[in-house]
Design a protein around this ligand. Structure first.
Ligand code: RET
Length: 257
């Protein structure tokens, strides 16, 4: 019974499976803690808490699927393709970016919706083309890898040239929070394509177990670590939601869009 539950599917070794189960447990624990932390949130800023709890809950679900032997296929040639990863990322990465955009851009900021839509669109494009790159086993996959990197560059461009300057106009506390989450997000996210290239999906410098371990560590830092930094500052999140656009002087730059 227990062994049926802790099934290790063909292709995925026991060490990888253990890493996936542990990560699943960490995500569940984070979902519970984030839900409890909601109690310190004001009604205006509660969505940050719900989003963070949902992000780790969704990740826990996908880690559960992967660990129990269903979220991957063994392709001809023996390559194990963990497609479940991309089902996790396509849902969670837009929400992580949305949190950051809400901290950077005050409500009513001109062009806010269009900017956020572009940011999230580029992100979904990055993940879906990344999925294609990982699925395709011929050299053709590098074309999709390039497309995915282009999506990623758009994200970084919007963060650096739009979100960061706007965040600098916000109240000292909100500005400080942004300077904590933004480098954290960019620093961690940049590691993903690097690990991908070195993993069996790319050049195969290291094996599937090392890739599973490194992606698990990154996923925990990018979701749980990032979530904690954000949610442990309820007063600042409330300010981020209630500060008016006039207070930031943002309307002066409206014509830039
Ligand atoms: C891939 C491979 C193709 C090129 C690029 C990638 C970028 C992936 C990123 C993923 C971020 C995931 C996060 C998960 C959450 O916890 C798809 C690896 C550019 C940036 C933050």
């Amino acid at each position: 019974m227990v062994s049926a539950f802790f099934a290790i599917g063909p292709g995925l070794g026991a060490p990888s499976s253990i890493v996936l189960w542990i990560t699943c447990a960490v995500m569940i624990a984070a979902a519970i803690i984030f839900s409890i932390m909601t109690r310190s949130a004001s009604p205006e800023s509660r969505h940050f808490y719900y989003a963070s709890a949902f992000i780790v809950l969704w990740a826990a679900t996908l880690y559960f699927v992967l660990a129990s032997g269903y979220g991957y296929v063994t392709q001809p040639g023996g390559h194990v393709f963990l497609f479940g990863r991309y089902i996790d990322w396509v849902v969670t990465t837009p929400l992580l970016l949305l949190d950051m955009a809400f901290v950077a851009l005050p409500k009513g900021f001109p062009g806010r919706n269009a900017l956020i839509a572009t940011l999230l669109g580029a992100d979904v494009y990055m993940i879906l083309t990344g999925f294609a790159a990982a699925f395709i086993r011929t050299g053709f996959r590098w074309a999709f890898f390039g497309m995915s990197c282009a999506g990623f560059l758009v994200i970084l461009y919007i963060i650096v040239t739009k979100l960061t300057p706007e965040a600098a106009r916000r109240s000292p506390d909100v500005k400080k929070l942004y300077t904590q989450i933004s480098p954290l997000l960019m620093g961690l996210w940049i590691c993903y394509p690097i690990i991908w290239v070195l993993s069996p999906s790319g050049w195969g410098v290291f094996n599937a177990f090392v890739a599973t371990l490194l992606f698990a560590v990154l996923d925990v830092l990018a979701k749980v670590g990032y979530g904690f930094v954000l949610l442990k500052q309820p007063a600042t999140l409330n300010q981020a939601e209630t500060q008016t656009v006039e207070a930031t002087g943002a309307s002066r730059v409206a014509t830039q869009y």
